[in-house]
Every structure is written in structure tokens, then in C-alpha cells.
Design a protein around this ligand. Structure first.
Ligand code: 9MR
Length: 442
């Protein structure tokens, strides 16, 4: 069953009453396989539909940016924990794990650190202080830390960073040892990308982990980020996971997304489902693969379009919070029974979501998608279930009578072509609860 009524409302509104409603949420499917399924989250978005899905479907969260050095210590000795604390509190309220990300990296560091001139001894102290302060703050509350992030080049040599250049490769052992001392219960990971298959980079990581274990340095796991490209899941991913497991460490898929060249099509969606299923199945098949985290669960919250021009649609939910075939790929890998691809979306459907919510008000949006059909005008209708009242609307003319809302197209957006979509938004008041209604098109 879904944890929140709001999530059910979203599904009904999305028109995917069969597959999604029939399956347990991902977090329950994964738990039945002994796995944790997570998502990266942004603290500022943790309300409305985003929060409902993040908590209802996932048993772990990773702050996407909030625990990075530049976020927590923008000026030396002055800490800002607000967003990281918020995410930890959210996770605790929803019985979720937190994966800390990340303590030692070459990117998203504060200027005072990157622009400072340091002796090796000073830099070692700065690094130890940072790790001790941050890990101690969340002591006992985090399941795992990505202690060191992205230490290698593609050819398996060490990446030139402020850490490697000044401290040599031993900064990795020092960071792990410092983190262990600050929180003995958190699992300590080294995390990297392009290490999902067997290749020069993953072999360098393998050799590092082996030598750390041989030396008695605390290392509990390896994070495979898995920022992948459609149709290019390494065929030896399971073999690679297994070889790390055989070293005596856990493996986590930490940042899974699978990008495609836009626009999204049903064919690409089907390939993406197969790709997601491949990755999740590889994890499901190896006992020591303990978790699978997606790097944002919705296409509206993905780093991909900003960085890879022309690419996107990389996550399991679309921008309107409707589950894509990729969602069912994960569900099936974790034994989801009704996890069939939702029927091809023949016709036009309206998806309602809450994009932000505050004390007594919220912003909602409705997206009308057409596939195999088109519209030349539209009316979206729903009934509010808890006394919500629209105060303002844009890109539609909305009227409300009692609980019944009717929104008609504006003069400029009545046409929804086959394969196209139109979105309108509104502000409304609420109190007590804010359940999501189902929208019908008329
Ligand atoms: O999701 C993060 C995005 O919001 C930031 O702009 C970006 C900056 O590099 O970092 C993203 O997360 C990265 C993660 O911390 C490490 N692996 C790669 C991820 C995508 O860039």
C-alpha cells in the first residue's frame, strides 16, 4: 500500500491505475529483497507531491548538495546546517535512511579552501577538522557516508585535486580513518562514476579498496554512481559488483540516472525501462549490493539537462510526477508483481501535482498530455476533497463552485497536439490536509 493518500491521488490523476496502484511502493519491494532504495533530494523541494513520492517510494535519501563542503562551511568556521538538518529530520520522520554525500571531493568546495595557500600539514588539519565536525554532527543518524568522491581519472590514475596534489594518495586513508573515529556506526564508502563495468578506472578503485583492506584502513563499501546513457549499461555490471563484494565490502548504486537524447519517445522509454531493470537486477543478484539510489526521482529535478545539452528524461518519473516505464523497470527487478509497463498512453490525460506548499497555501499545476490524440480546446475538472480554494490561476480560466473546480484553456493554449502537452498553474488555500484530486478532461 502507499504510505500517503496524496500519492494515491497522484497516481489516479496520472491515469496509471493498473500497474502503479497494484504494486507495493519501491521501498517495500526493495525491502522484501533485503535492499534499500533511495533518491537524492533537495531540501527546498520537500513538500507537496515531491515529498509524498520521496517518502512513500524510497527508504533512503541522499542530500543532492546540502552536505557538500561548500554548502555546510561557506566561510571558514561558520557552518550552515539548515538544509542538511532538514533532510535528516525528513528522513527520520519517514523511517528512511540517510546517505551522507560527500566529505572529500574536488568540486563544490568553498572558495576559502580552494583559493587558500596551505602547507600539507595545514591542509591535513583542515580536512580532518571538516570531517570530524560534519560526521560528528550526524553521528548515529546516517547509515553511510560517501567519504571520498571521484578520486580517479578515467585511465585509473589518481585525479589531480587539492587533496592528491598536496597530500598524495594517502589523503584517502586519512579521511576514512578520521570519519570512522567520528562515527563508528556509519558505513564508509568511496564513490565514483564510470566504475560500473570492469574497466581501468574500476580496476584502480578495486586495487585501492584491496590495499586499504590489507592495511586495515576502515572501508566498508564502494559507491557506483551509475550516471548512464540509454542503451549503454555495461554488460558486466553484475560481475563488477560481485568482484567488489568478493573483496569483503558492500556495494551501493549511489546516483543512478539514465539519460537519453530528447525528445522522449515510447521506444526510448521502453529501452530505458530495460536499462533501469538491468542495473537494479544486477544489484538484486548480489547479496552485498545493499542499496540503489537514483539521482533525483523526477525529470523536473535532474542535473542532466543543465550539463548535457539536448539530453534529459533520465529519471524514473516524468516532470509531472507520473511514473515512467523506468519506474517499473526498478519495480520488476525487485520482484514487483504488477510491474508491467503502463498501457501506452492513448489519448489525453491530465496530471495534477502540488509544486510547493506553505502554512496555509500551495501552488498546484495540471499538465495535459496527449499521445495518439489531440485537443483543440479543453476543460480540466476536479473536486477538492478538503476545502481547498483557488485564489489565482494562470494559463487557464478557473472557476470554483463549492468544491468543484473547472479550468478552461486560455485563448492561446487550447491546442494540445498529439505528443504534446500544456501546463497551467494556480495558487490555492488549504488547511488541515491537502489531498490530491483526480482530474478529468471534458
Ligand atoms: O546533483 C548535483 C547538482 O545539483 C550540482 O549542480 C552538481 C555540481 O557538480 O552536483 C550534482 O551531483 C553530483 C554528485 O554530487 C557527484 N556525482 C555527480 C553528480 C552530478 O553532477
Amino acid at each position: 500500500m502507499f504510505a500517503g493518500t496524496a500519492a494515491v491521488g497522484a497516481l489516479l490523476a496520472a491515469g496509471t491505475t493498473t500497474a502503479h496502484a497494484a504494486d507495493a511502493p519501491l521501498r517495500d519491494l526493495a525491502a522484501a529483497k533485503g535492499k534499500v532504495v533511495g533518491t537524492a533530494v533537495s531540501g527546498g523541494k520537500l513538500n507537496g507531491t515531491y515529498a509524498d513520492i520521496a517518502s512513500g517510494q524510497f527508504s533512503s535519501v541522499t542530500p543532492d548538495n546540502a552536505m557538500k563542503w561548500g554548502s555546510v562551511e561557506p566561510s571558514r568556521g561558520s557552518y550552515n546546517w539548515a538544509e542538511a538538518d532538514q533532510i535528516v529530520a525528513f528522513a527520520q520522520a519517514h523511517n528512511q535512511q540517510v546517505r551522507g554525500h560527500t566529505l572529500v571531493w574536488h568540486s563544490q568546495n568553498p572558495n576559502w579552501l580552494t583559493n587558500g595557500s596551505w602547507t600539507a600539514a595545514q591542509l591535513r588539519t583542515v580536512l580532518q577538522d571538516h570531517i570530524t565536525t560534519e560526521v560528528t554532527r550526524y553521528k548515529g543518524k546516517l547509515a553511510a557516508w560517501d567519504v571520498v568522491n571521484e578520486a580517479f581519472n578515467e585511465d585509473g590514475t589518481y585525479r589531480s585535486t587539492i587533496w592528491y596534489d598536496n597530500l598524495g594518495s594517502d589523503y584517502i586513508a586519512q579521511a576514512l580513518t578520521t570519519a570512522r573515529a567520528a562515527d563508528p556506526s556509519a558505513k564508509l564508502y568511496i564513490n565514483d562514476y564510470n566504475v560500473e563495468g570492469v574497466n581501468a578506472k574500476s580496476t584502480a578503485l578495486y586495487n585501492l579498496v584491496k590495499s586499504l583492506k590489507d592495511r586495515g584502513v576502515p572501508i566498508d563499501g564502494v559507491g557506483l554512481q551509475a550516471h548512464l546513457i540509454l542503451g549503454q549499461v555495461p554488460t558486466d555490471i553484475q560481475k563488477n559488483i560481485q568482484r567488489f563484494a568478493d573483496l569483503g565490502v558492500d556495494v551501493a548504486i549511489t546516483e543512478l540516472d539514465i539519460r537519453m537524447q530528447l525528445p522522449y519517445t515510447d521506444a526510448k522509454g521502453a529501452q530505458q525501462k530495460a536499462d533501469y531493470k538491468n542495473v537494479a537486477s544486477a544489484c538484486a543478484a548480489v547479496t552485498r549490493c545493499v542499496s540503489l539510489t537514483v539521482w533525483g526521482f523526477t525529470d523536473s529535478d535532474s542535473w542532466v539537462p543543465d550539463v548535457f545539452s539536448g539530453y534529459g528524461a533520465a529519471t524514473p518519473y516524468n516532470e509531472s510526477f507520473a511514473p515512467k516505464p523506468a519506474y517499473y523497470g526498478i519495480a520488476e527487478a525487485f520482484g514487483g508483481s504488477g510491474g508491467t509497463t503502463p498501457p501506452p498512453s492513448d489519448g489525453c490525460k491530465a496530471v495534477y501535482s502540488v509544486t510547493s506548499e506553505w502554512n496555509d497555501g500551495f501552488t498546484g499545476q495540471v499538465t495535459i498530455n496527449c499521445s495518439g490524440a489531440s485537443l483543440s480546446s479543453w476543460k480540466a475538472k476536479w473536486t477538492f476533497g478538503a476545502g481547498q480554494r483557488i485564489t489565482q490561476a494562470w494559463n487557464a480560466d478557473c472557476t470554483q463552485s463549492g468544491a468543484a473546480v473547472t479550468c478552461s484553456n486560455a485563448s492561446w493554449n487550447g491546442t494540445v497536439p498529439n505528443g504534446g502537452s500544456v501546463t497551467f498553474g494556480f495558487n490555492a488555500s488549504w488547511s488541515g490536509s491537502n489531498p490530491l484530486p483526480s482530474v478529468t478532461l471534458g
